[in-house]
Design a protein around this ligand. Structure first.
Ligand SMILES: Cc1cc2nc3c(=O)[nH]c(=O)nc-3n(C[C@H](O)[C@H](O)[C@H](O)COP(=O)(O)OP(=O)(O)OC[C@H]3O[C@@H](n4cnc5c(N)ncnc54)[C@H](O)[C@@H]3O)c2cc1C
Length: 310
């Protein structure tokens, strides 16, 4: 099947790209490996997306999905596994099918970083989680740890306290948090506890998590802490496998390098949203998606004078 524009990733960037593409006379198809919505789904409360003073990530992304679906087919649970460059188009291979696309926008975002310690994989879903909004409910009246010292970790900790976890402990390997002061103050006011200079070196338990082993970076000693749940919130890394295989240029941290029109170094392939690094927020993802979509007009032969194309 030949498609005009393949958008890879059904998060804010991909949804916005689809809306702008269709309105510029392009027929897009979005490929989404999961159900759609992207990372914003994990945010219990979004308060910085213009027009919505306060909205849950789930609600905002459902609105965006419906909007995008008006303009584009969204192929959910269809993961793009490979992009092959042909002379004047691209072969797109997914877990279900093969397609030819004339232009591609990569909007694959980021994924949660792992601690890479013993017990993490074995106990995922058995007490180890990467998303408080998704799994916090199961830990009401329980004692949980949150690993990380950035905004996301603090947001998770505050949320877990709000939904009724008995004890919430932030575990951070440095002596200071990276999070904004406002989040730190809110966490403290909600009686979140802090264990600083401590690294999780092992997660213990058989059918469910029982304890974690902590290494104290100052005292150089190990202790075990009994715990019912562990939320790992140590950041995200770019989902750049497709780009790497195509020899698309990446920066030192693995984000796709784009110009002001969202072009990559390969003609016909554009990138938008968190996968390009920089300010990783919904509003910037939407903005980049819009620009990328309109930029594809230059390779799709659409006559529209986008003055900003550089
Ligand atoms: C806990 C948390 C709270 C946040 N709070 C806020 C906030 O309050 N305000 C704000 O503005 N931002 C917030 N963010 C950031 C925001 O969610 C991201 O900036 C935004 O989601 C980026 O959109 P995106 O479309 O670039 O990528 P994503 O949202 O990551 O979407 C990428 C999509 O691509 C799909 N995908 C990946 N690889 C493939 C493939 N090979 N084939 C098919 N599909 C693929 C993924 O499944 C995913 O759905 C928060 C993030 C987190 C984690």
């Amino acid at each position: 099947m030949t498609i005009e524009l393949a958008i890879i990733g059904g998060g804010p960037a991909g949804y916005s790209a689809a809306i702008y593409a269709k309105r510029a006379g392009i027929k897009p198809i979005i490929f989404e490996k999961n159900g759609g919505g992207g990372m914003a789904l994990f945010s219990p409360n979004i308060e910085n997306y213009a027009g919505f003073e306060s909205i849950s990530g789930l609600d905002l992304m459902e609105k965006m999905r419906l909007h995008a679906n008006k303009y584009s087919e969204i192929k959910t649970y269809e993961s793009v596994t490979k992009i092959i460059k042909n002379k004047s188009d691209f072969k797109i291979e997914t877990n279900k099918n093969k397609y030819i696309a004339k232009a591609v926008i990569i909007c694959t975002g980021t994924e949660y970083k792992k601690l890479n310690v013993k017990g993490e994989t074995e106990l995922q879903g058995k007490g180890v989680s990467y998303c408080a909004t998704c799994d916090g409910f199961f830990f009401k009246n329980k004692k949980v740890g949150v690993v990380g010292g950035g905004n996301s970790a603090l947001i998770e900790a505050i949320y877990l306290k709000q939904i009724g976890c008995k004890e919430v402990i932030i575990i951070h390997r440095r002596d200071q948090l990276r999070a904004e002061k406002a989040y730190e103050d809110e966490a403290k006011s909600k009686k979140v506890k802090f264990l600083l200079n401590k690294e999780v070196t092992k997660i213990n338990g058989l059918d469910k998590i029982e304890s974690i082993t902590l290494f104290d970076n100052i005292k150089s000693e190990k202790t075990d802490l009994s715990i019912d749940g562990l939320f790992i919130s140590i950041g995200e890394s770019p989902q750049n496998n497709l780009a790497k295989e195509l020899d698309i240029k990446l920066d030192q941290k693995g984000y796709i390098i784009v110009d002001r029109s969202q072009r990559t170094n390969i003609k016909g392939i554009y990138a938008a949203g968190d996968i390009t690094g920089g300010l990783r927020q919904i509003i910037t993802a939407c903005s980049e998606g819009a620009i990328a979509a309109l930029s594809t007009t230059e390779v799709l032969g659409k006559k529209y004078p986008y003055w900003y194309l550089l």
